[in-house]
Design a protein around this ligand. Structure first.
Ligand code: CA
Ligand code: CA
Ligand code: CA
Length: 308
């Protein structure tokens, strides 16, 4: 007896042919995994069929509403030349319902926002020294940055945010953008001295020169976390990328190994890679009160702004 041939959906019947770069996005049964099917044409004449979970490609595809030649519920998608299969899903809802949001003639789905691993490879800017001394006003206070890469950096792309006393949000609500450029192996000093100015500051009294960046409020005093961002950050800093960090966000440094009250911390030379995760072993700590009562020459001898 002749057996009935089970019905097949159009996309199941169609075999990829040479010259096609079409992906068929199936949505007939919600419980079924959504896949892209099609063929990549390798200049002639080889054709390599493939089946890829669409969840890996949605972030990289440009979708069009053209259903020509396709059944109801199908859409035409073309792989962009710069498609990167490693990109995560941009919108889980879109993955669950492939036709959602396809009203426009062409909809490009953006990739997820930048994260820590999106920092350009050339960015090797690190926090290299933290100082909170003990002259009047608890000064000088500074953060030193060092370019450990091989290219000159545009510092206007970076900012510093302070998370005070265990806070989860940036002091004063926003990070402070830097300025100027920084050559390879050079260091840049940010002075935290309220009201300081070129030629006049506790920093200059101690070291004999001005810091590269003046005017930060004196908001660090030993228990505060300092974050170097790529981009300008607000709130909890999630709108920018953490390049490097000293301390832990949400942790009061009092009593922690990294506390620098009336003291300092110096990054080890071997710790030559910025990281959004703080590693205490990357640092040498003076310990609390190491600069208690130290005069200007004593502070200058123990610390080294501008040199890593
Ligand atoms: Ca101090
Ligand atoms: Ca503090
Ligand atoms: Ca230094």
């Amino acid at each position: 007896m002749k057996r009935a041939t089970p019905p097949t959906r159009k996309s199941d019947r169609e075999s990829p042919t040479a010259g096609q770069t079409t992906l068929c996005v199936k949505s007939a049964v919600e419980s079924e995994p959504v896949v892209c099917q099609g063929a990549l044409e390798l200049m002639p004449p080889r054709v390599v069929p493939f089946t890829i979970p669409v969840t890996l490609l949605l972030a990289s595809c440009a979708f069009a509403t053209s259903d020509a030649g396709l059944g109801e519920g199908h859409s035409d998608a073309r792989v962009r030349a710069d498609a990167d299969p490693s990109l995560p899903v941009a919108d889980a809802a879109q993955a669950a319902s492939p036709d959602a949001g396809l009203d426009a003639a062409v909809t490009t789905v953006d990739a997820t926002p930048p994260s820590a691993d999106a920092v350009p490879a050339v960015t090797v800017l690190v926090i290299s020294e933290i100082v909170d001394a003990d002259l009047t006003g608890g000064l000088p206070k500074f953060v030193e940055l060092t370019n450990l890469g091989t290219g000159t950096l545009d510092l206007s792309e970076f900012s510093i945010g302070v998370f005070s006393n265990g806070s989860f949000t940036i002091n004063s609500g926003a990070s402070t953008t830097l300025d100027g450029t920084l050559a390879p192996e050079a260091s840049y000093v940010v002075s935290f001295e309220t009201g300081d100015a070129a030629g006049s500051s506790s920093f200059r009294t101690v070291y004999g020169f001005d810091a590269d960046h003046l005017g930060f409020n004196a908001v660090i005093n030993g228990n505060d976390t300092i974050v170097l961002f790529l981009g300008a950050a607000t709130g909890n800093g999630s709108d920018a990328t953490i390049v490097d960090i000293y301390g832990l966000i949400g942790t009061d440094g009092t009593g922690e190994a990294w506390e620098y009250l009336d003291g300092f911390a110096t990054r080890r030379a071997a710790a030559d890679t910025p990281s959004p995760v703080f590693t205490a072993g990357d640092w040498v700590f003076s310990g609390v009160s190491a600069l208690d009562g130290a005069d200007a020459p004593g502070i200058a001898a123990a610390t080294s702004p501008g040199t890593h």
